[in-house]
Design a protein around this ligand. Structure first.
Ligand code: ATP
Ligand code: MG
Length: 560
């Protein structure tokens, strides 16, 4: 899309094209200033991440500035916990707001003064209608609205009432301040929208300083104006609000940013509404906002996602004018791609089956060489202990294999990764006829790398030394919902589509000893099993917990 602009980069999407043009016409004097304006009423999700990457990316690409601003205008739903999590997530994503962290609530006094200005111009009035009446009077898309009987109040009376609203003389819902625009406008947003509501509630930053709170529609454009934002990028549902923001800014005659709308990023097999995510948390369908199955930034981080993978995903899923749903496999692709380059390889056995190598000396321990990452030799190699007793994956042995099964079978041979070729000589079962142990022989000439034997086998499997491996908990995740669009139906229908098997806990997996001192957040590829990371919430010194970030697309043993 688009040619190189004066900054030398390619226009990445239609917003870049708009800005390129603004640069050419010198519309903003060469300035680019964007912002991310979350309401602190929940944790950030992948859609917010897309907005952050977009806004920050633009500021970076045009040598501009990027603000983090809390749209904290609704005291009843907002909390400091959310503010803190948002700051952490934005920083983690690499969006550098430097010292520019702002709060809409710090602008309340200025907003109040502007409201007074509109009242003085005869452009705002105090209304006594109830919320329900206001809704009724509003009309519909096909019918014009009706004017409130309070619409013709004098400026003097409006000023007095508004001041008394601020002083706390009225109860919640008793009065509102409305803009006086046009009750018959085809755009419902212009039918005398509410600017202030009375809310007697403690604000997480302002305490009880205020009992009137600005609505989003009144506040949002003012916040962008105060911060002298050049490109006020928002999602499509605000397209119809733009004429209202324009009206406010023009009536006040203040700095006027340019609003640009783009389509929300949606993901299949999940929900993105903060209200729905909150419900999952409150009703304990998940283990908190940072549950690794959640589409939240903190959930993805705990799951083992990297900021790079999230940035690549949001870049690749594109910024568009029309709504669309991105496939969750795109997100999985981006983390696999990133971790393939970065993650150290290791061996772990999730469901162990004991193997005794009958012709291997009793107390001998060999240190075998294993490369840490075949994609990046600078990551070096490590030693893996090998001895007479090892564990392999239960699924890597079959007594009655189907055709094309290249792993271990009675009398068959397989290569142990980084070690030797072994042959299954005997299958030991318990009295319930379950396989509990395999007795195998090994061929000393087949040692990986140095062996002289020309013998070749089709399958290679992973293993750990029984004596050296340590026990850990492993958590395997599946999609949180069983259908692609869980929130297509009515409000709470999405709860019917929760996947009851989205978490499998394996409490006694065995991990190669070199990982014993891993730190929370460390990431690995367990060969043939996927990418895993050490859980930051439940890992202890005694027992590490590994989250599976994502499975491997390809494994180096042919699948049955
Ligand atoms: P709500 O307003 O219902 O609480 P929200 O997701 O819009 O939910 P905000 O805190 O207002 O929450 O979002 C902050 C910013 O993130 C907004 O500018 C919004 O446009 C953007 N944003 C939110 N969801 C998405 C999404 N799915 N894709 C892209 N941008 C999004
Ligand atoms: Mg919003």
């Amino acid at each position: 899309m688009g040619a190189n602009n004066s900054e030398g980069h390619k226009a990445k999407n239609f917003i870049y094209e708009i800005i390129d043009n603004d640069m050419k016409t010198n519309k903003w004097g060469g300035r680019v200033h964007t912002r991310f304006p979350p309401e602190p009423n929940g944790y950030l999700h992948i859609g917010h991440a897309a907005s952050i990457c977009l806004n920050y990316g633009i500021a970076r690409d045009y040598n501009g500035k990027f603000n983090l601003r809390f749209d904290d205008t609704n005291p009843e739903k907002e909390e400091t916990e959310y503010v803190e999590s948002i700051i952490e997530d934005v920083k983690w994503l690499g969006a550098d707001f430097e010292d520019r962290i702002f709060y809409a609530s710090d602008y309340f006094e200025q907003m109040y003064n502007w409201a007074v200005e509109l009242i003085k111009k005869g452009k705002a009035y105090v209304d006594d209608l109830s919320a329900e009446e206001i809704r009724e009077y509003r009309g519909t898309l096909t019918e014009p609205g009706k004017e409130s009987p309070y619409r013709s109040r004098s400026i003097k009376e409006n000023l007095d009432l508004f001041e008394r609203m601020r002083k706390g003389e009225f109860k919640n819902g008793e009065k509102v301040l409305r803009a006086k625009i046009d009750m018959s406008s085809p755009n419902l947003n212009l039918r005398d929208p509410i600017m202030y509501r009375i809310v007697h509630a403690e604000h997480h930053r302002q305490g009880n300083a205020w009992c009137i709170y600005p609505t989003y529609d009144w506040a949002h454009g003012l916040e962008d104006s105060i911060e002298r934002i050049t490109h006020s990028i928002c999602t499509l549902e605000f397209e119809n609000h733009r004429p209202l923001y324009d009206w406010f800014l023009n009536e006040l005659g203040i700095y006027h940013p340019q609003q640009i709308e783009f389509a929300r990023i949606n993901l299949n097999y999940t929900v993105m509404s903060k209200r729905k995510l909150l419900k999952l948390v409150q009703e304990k369908y998940v283990d908190g906002w940072d549950d690794p199955r959640m589409p939240t930034v903190s959930g993805l981080r705990r799951r083992g996602y990297t900021p790079e993978a999230i940035r690549n995903f949001t870049d690749n899923s594109g910024i568009a004018k029309r709504d669309k749903v991105s496939d969750i496999s795109l997100l999985e692709f981006s983390i696999r791609d990133d971790l393939n380059k970065k993650a150290q390889r290791a061996m772990a056995v999730l469901k162990p089956l004991k193997v005794v190598i009958i012709n291997y000396p009793e107390n001998k321990i060999e240190e075998l060489d294993a490369i840490n990452n075949p994609e990046d030799h600078s990551m070096g190699s490590r030693k893996i202990p090998f001895c007479k007793e090892i564990y392999i994956e239960q699924t890597d042995f079959m007594e009655n294999p189907p055709k094309g099964y290249y792993r271990l079978v009675p009398g068959g041979e397989v290569r142990l990764r980084y070690a030797y070729i072994i042959k299954c000589e005997e299958v030991i079962k318990n009295d319930k006829n379950e396989i509990v142990e395999l007795r195998c022989s090994y061929d000393p000439d087949t040692k990986s790398g140095t062996g002289t034997s020309k013998k070749k086998v089709k399958g290679t499997i992973h293993w750990v030394s029984a004596k050296h491996a340590f026990e850990a908990e492993v958590r395997l995740y599946d999609r949180l919902f069983t259908v692609e669009t869980p929130d297509a139906g009515k409000e709470n229908d999405f709860l019917d589509f929760i996947n009851s098997n989205s978490l499998e806990i394996i409490s006694n997996a065995l991990i190669e000893p070199s990982l014993k001192n891993s730190n929370p957040g460390d990431k690995f590829q367990f060969e043939r099993l996927g990418y895993f990371c050490v859980d930051t919430k439940y890992s202890t010194k005694e027992k590490l917990v590994f989250n599976r970030t994502v499975g491997l697309k390809d494994s180096w043993t042919k699948k049955v």
